[in-house]
Design a protein around this ligand. Structure first.
Ligand SMILES: [Zn+2]
Length: 264
């Protein structure tokens, strides 16, 4: 079993602030990256313990959110910004069997979710796909579901776990903090987080072996409404095929191939 392990920074225990921790200029940004790396390593450890033969870590936080020096010795990392073209990246990921996410936050607009946002905390108000509000979990699961990869495991903030469970029947989740508001949470200790995440990874792989989780696939055609905070972000869709501005801050993107629109 080969595992493509996506990561984010905002769902890490102990990380609560955009300005101080998740933005690169933040005072405690490096500390946050090290906490995230350790949680990711705990998941790698659990997957290997449960018999995985290969774990590829994907550094998914906007500008990068891990700390390579401390990476699990048996893992490898797909990282660097700007990111590779999707076709190049997908040629690597298509060799993997399942996907998982460590360090995830809930979609924008979930009032109790610590660090809730979708794609960009600075520019995107929210996404609606075929009438359903979606966040980063659905984006990742649908994109890779179309490649045949089921998402079997997610860790992070409590509302993110609930979001994943609603989307993906059979997924295993582990919460390491409970959000109280956008920049406040109750976190477990870093030691407890790692213990929970390692054990959860073992359970997730075992559960998937006995009752396989299906790749997340929705019926097309697809209509993605992407609402921004500012009008200039919608200006750049001017003239783009299959994109239509429906008001100052919102663009509607349509298509039959989920992989062509979900990150457009
Ligand atoms: Zn994120």
């Amino acid at each position: 079993m080969k595992i493509a392990l996506m990561t984010d920074l905002e769902g890490t225990a102990g990380v609560t602030s955009f300005s101080q921790e998740t933005y690169p200029e933040g005072r405690d940004h490096i500390l946050a990256r090290r906490l995230a790396m350790a949680e990711v390593n705990a998941a790698v450890d659990g997957f290997l313990e449960a018999g995985a033969e290969d774990v590829l870590i994907i550094d998914g936080h906007g500008p990068g959110g891990l700390w390579f020096e401390d990476m699990h010795p048996e893992a490898s990392m797909l990282h660097g910004r700007p990111t590779a073209p999707r076709s190049v990246r997908d040629s690597v990921l298509q060799d993997y069997d399942v996907t998982a996410i460590v360090g995830q936050h809930a979609m924008s607009g979930v009032a109790t979710s610590n660090l809730n946002h979708t794609q960009s905390s600075r520019s995107i108000f929210g996404l609606i796909l075929n009438g359903n509000p979606i966040g980063e979990i659905a984006q990742w699961a649908l994109y890779h579901g179309a490649m045949g990869l089921p998402m079997i495991y997610l860790t992070g903030e409590e509302d993110a776990c609930a979001e994943a469970e609603t989307l993906i029947p059979g997924i295993t989740t582990v919460a390491v903090k409970k959000g109280l508001s956008r920049e406040s949470a109750v976190s477990v200790s870093k030691e407890k987080a790692r213990t929970l995440i390692r054990a959860g990874a073992i359970r997730a792989l075992q559960a998937h072996r006995s009752t396989p989780v299906a790749p997340l696939v929705w019926e097309g055609p697809f209509v993605l409404e992407k609402r921004y905070f500012h009008t200039h972000d919608v200006d750049r869709y001017d003239g783009v095929a299959h994109a239509e501005r429906i008001d100052g801050q919102t663009v509607r993107i349509t298509g039959d191939d989920i992989r062509q629109i979900i990150y457009a």
